[in-house]
Design a protein around this ligand. Sequence first.
Ligand SMILES: Cc1cc2nc3c(=O)[nH]c(=O)nc-3n(C[C@H](O)[C@H](O)[C@H](O)COP(=O)(O)O)c2cc1C
Length: 151
Amino acid sequence: MASAQIVYASMTGNTQEMAETIEDTLIDLGVDTTLTEMTQAVASDFEQADICIIAAYTYSDGGPGLLPDEADGFFEDLEELDLSGKVYGVCGSGDTFYDDFAVAVDMFDKAFAKTGAKRATDLLKINLAPETDEDFDKLDKFAQDLVSAVQ
Ligand SMILES: Cc1cc2nc3c(=O)[nH]c(=O)nc-3n(C[C@H](O)[C@H](O)[C@H](O)COP(=O)(O)O)c2cc1C
């Protein structure tokens, strides 16, 4: 059975809802799935999984930072891992009000790319909480693409 590790950071619950929706779909598809909040995870948790997923919100604090505070340390550790042979996906919530819409998703994508893992689905950015059928269809496709890549 394929295994998946989802690590998420969510301040107000929107990204958590995305992560839990993906978790449900992966379980329905028969994947042994672990969901961990980022402050409770270490980047090397991904070494135990076939499918590696990060869900993270974007937060600009007026400075150069756009990653969630929860990513301090985790992000740098992720970049150093060797995850070759694995597949990954990145998603996250942002707010289209901001010029830097959901850019934490792009930043985590670049970090994963350094690990040798292969991205097996499009980056998925959702405005605030997933609400529409289109949002939930995208979340389902995100999970399905990753499962197809390891089968
Ligand atoms: C102070 C502050 C700064 C934010 N900066 C950004 C930003 O730069 N880009 C963006 O897309 N969203 C930004 N957001 C919006 C959040 O990413 C958005 O509300 C998201 O849904 C939060 O996800 P969560 O519910 O998982 O915490 C910001 C929100 C706050 C409160």
